[in-house]
Every structure is written in C-alpha cells, then in structure tokens.
Design a protein around this ligand. Structure first.
Ligand SMILES: [Zn+2]
Length: 214
C-alpha cells in the first residue's frame, strides 16, 4: 500500500498520514525526517543535502528524489508507506513513478484531504500562541482557561503573523499553483482519491479507511 498525501497546509493531512501509518502498520515518511536522518547518519546523500541547506538553499529536485527513493527501498517499506510532503512538483512525481516502475511498483493511492480555503483561514485565525513559553491554543478547539492568557506560564497569547488570514491566503495560493498539476497527474493515472477534510478528524479518517479497506 503505497500512499501519497495531498492537502493544503492546515488541512490536517499530517494527522491523517500518522493515523494511516498506525492502522496499516506502514512507515509515515516526510521529507523533513529523511533529511534529518541522512544528515545525522552522515550518508553521502545527507552530506550533499546539507551543503544546500547550510547555504539556505532549497535542496534540488533530483537530490530530494534520490533521498526519497533510497528511503522507500528500505526493508520497513516492504508493505508500503505513507509519503507526506512529497512529491510537490510534477518532475518529482514523474521521477518517483519512474523509480518505482524500475522495481515493478507503483503508487496505489494519492489521497487529497480537501478543505476549502475559507475553512483553513478560519481554523488558522483561531490559533493563539504564548509569547512566553510558545504553547499553542485554539479559541474554539483548544481554548485557554482564561481568554488570551497562557494556562502554563500566565503570559499573553497572540495571533502569530503566520496564522493571520493574509499570510494563510498567500500560502494557499502557492499551494494551489503547485498542487493542482499533481491532482491532475494522479487523476489521470487513476489513483487520486478525494476526502472531505472539513468534517471531524475521526470522520475524515473513516472516509480514508473506506478507500483503503479495513
Ligand atoms: Zn506560556
């Protein structure tokens, strides 16, 4: 069961990826984790990646693909995996397909956790962060005991710039520009599955389980 997760930042795809990994006993693989592991273990690919990251540069596509392909070839991926945050571009998707085809494999599902932009903006604008200890809250889903005051350290809670509607909308525009081609790509290859990400987290997961089978 080889699964790719698609979904806007704030749509909850990371949470769903984690739940899929737990239920189906497959690794949850994010590019960030792969980078960190390779750098920590001092692999050749990790050293290469680090030279870009140290300069504040994006790790080039081919190197990212090499790192991911290397990761999914490991023993724990024998029964499948959930890829979270990769591929992000058509060239990455094509390289992944090509690498899998070489070993007679393919992507089985591309799951798109679909949440309209306005919902994401609403979710994000309800977030609050503590200026003291960094604890995070949500005015609706996880409110502090006293409005705008941190439960842990008593400092003030603020809406971070990152969570402000204008910033979130900008990020979403970038996401859609980047991801729509991927949605088209996986639709064409017949593996795209869309789930409604606006419902409760548990219900989103049940919809995914229906697709993957119990
Ligand atoms: Zn605090």
């Amino acid at each position: 069961m080889k699964i790719i997760m698609l979904g806007a930042p704030g749509a909850g795809k990371g949470t769903q990826a984690k739940k899929i990994a737990e239920k189906y006993q497959v690794p949850h693989i994010s590019t960030g984790d792969i980078f960190r592991a390779n750098i920590k273990n001092g692999t050749e690919l990790g050293k290469k990646a680090k030279t870009f990251m140290d300069q504040g540069l994006l790790v080039p596509d081919e190197l990212v693909v090499d790192l991911v392909v290397d990761r999914v070839a490991q023993d724990d991926c024998e029964n499948g995996y959930v890829l979270d945050g990769f591929p992000r571009t058509i060239p990455q998707a094509e390289s992944l397909d090509a690498a899998l085809a070489k070993v007679g494999q393919k992507v089985d599902y591309a799951i798109d956790v679909d949440v309209p932009d306005e919902n994401i903006v609403n979710r994000m604008s309800g977030r609050r962060a503590c200026v003291g200890c960094g604890a995070t809250y949500h005015i609706k889903y996880n409110p502090p005991k006293t409005e705008d005051v941190c439960d842990i350290c008593g400092e003030k809670l603020i809406l971070r710039d990152d969570d402000k509607p204008e910033t979130v909308l900008k990020r979403l525009t970038v996401y859609h520009d980047q991801t729509q081609p991927l949605i088209d790509y996986y639709t064409k290859s017949g593996v795209l599955k869309q789930v409604d990400g606006t419902v409760d987290m548990e219900d989103v997961f049940q919809a995914i389980v229906k697709i993957l089978g119990a």
